[in-house]
Ligand binder design. Sequence first.
Ligand code: ATP
Ligand code: MG
Length: 453
Amino acid sequence: MRDLTPREIVAELDRDIVGQDDAKRAVAIALRNRWRRRQLPDDLRAQVTPKNIMLIGPTGVGKTEIARRLALLVGAPFVKVEATKFTEVGYYGRDVESLVRDLVEAAITIVKNAERDRVAGQAKGRAEDRLLDLLLPPGNLPSRHDSESDEATEAAERRQRSRDKLKARLEAGELEDREVEVTVPGRSVAPVSIFGAGNMEQMEMDLQGMLEKFAPKPSRTCKLPVREARPLLVAQEAEGLIDPEKIHREAVTLAEESGMVFLDEIDKIAGDEGGGGKGPDVSRQGVQRDLLPIVEGTTVTTKYGPVRTDHVLFLAAGAFHRAKPSDLMPELQGRFPIRVELQDLTRDDFARILREPRASLLRQYQALLATEGLAVEFTDDAVDAMADLAHQVNQSTQNIGARRLHTILERVVEEISFDAPDRADRKVVIDAAEVRKKLDALANDEDLSRYIL
Ligand SMILES: Nc1ncnc2c1ncn2[C@@H]1O[C@H](COP(=O)(O)OP(=O)(O)OP(=O)(O)O)[C@@H](O)[C@H]1O
Ligand SMILES: [Mg+2]
């Protein structure tokens, strides 16, 4: 995990997300606070609970994008779920505890990868040894061990010499196509508990695991060239060097101490309580009720053992177009003390979003068309024109934020995109005139733009 300062976190986020400084600062502080907490003495550390954040803002202004980038950035176990995916316990749908199980799975992946990296060198060495054994089978050994020791030593030396020679050739990459016989071992039978957890989903998982274990894949041998056998052997050796118990323990701790959960679309489960008990509202309230203990801190049973959620950081996000944060259950509201509002994007923001992010839309299209051997250039005034139009269409029809740029740009490059493989010219310059030609008629006709842009 990387321990970035708030300033560093914001700087990293700035590379992909335009504006929204308040939100960036808030998540950066929350992240840093986890690091601070880890530095505290044990007794105090247990008392410090995370300050969960609610990101509030109109659609398409970067809420989910911030979460996505944050996840890539921190290397902490992270899950992102839509709150609407859950329904109350007992109803069809995912139960909320599954998000904690997902979090542990994310932690397992992180810890396992770190372990694999740690033993990589050792595993590689062992795999090379095994390759040598396979290339120079013990059958070459003289069978008369009991004969005079002179002869035996001589044979052993000879063998060592051929092994060394072979090793040199192997290292020089001369034997990559030589075939060796490798065994892909079957999975061993291990005891598992079916009733370890009190819910169907977990049970299904255990059952599935158990079936896999009761019907172990039989070991099989196959002949593979060295280049293909090597990764198999390295993986096998690495597996043997890793202690699964240790991984499970560390992963649970990592999830408990550094886990982060992004609850997207939280506004969609904020029903008004006085809604007359209509179907969907009952369910929304139910989801909130189920979520509450997890956000407040509870213990969830997972197949890696019990996981406490007290110190998991929750980030919630929602557009809150119709519902307000105050429509959430009071207890839940109280669990998200930090509220950050994301700003509506301006025309200038749109231009920056087209130009600046590392994987900006313009760069994406340029890279895609470059695969056809086509160099596409957007002039500055073309970018401004697209930003203008996006802004204008957002005002006149529905405001969908930066998502409007996708539809606009798609229109602009449609023809080039279609013709790209057949074009005689290898360079295309798109200027403002071109953009206007493609879009003006559409943008100025409200009915048309409602459908097409
Ligand atoms: N501030 C921004 N900087 C860069 N790109 C942005 C920004 N805001 C939005 N985008 C782009 O717009 C698209 C939609 O943004 P995002 O998914 O973050 O919306 P959202 O705020 O989560 O909206 P919703 O409430 O509808 O879920 C993404 O592809 C993202 O790249
Ligand atoms: Mg979103």
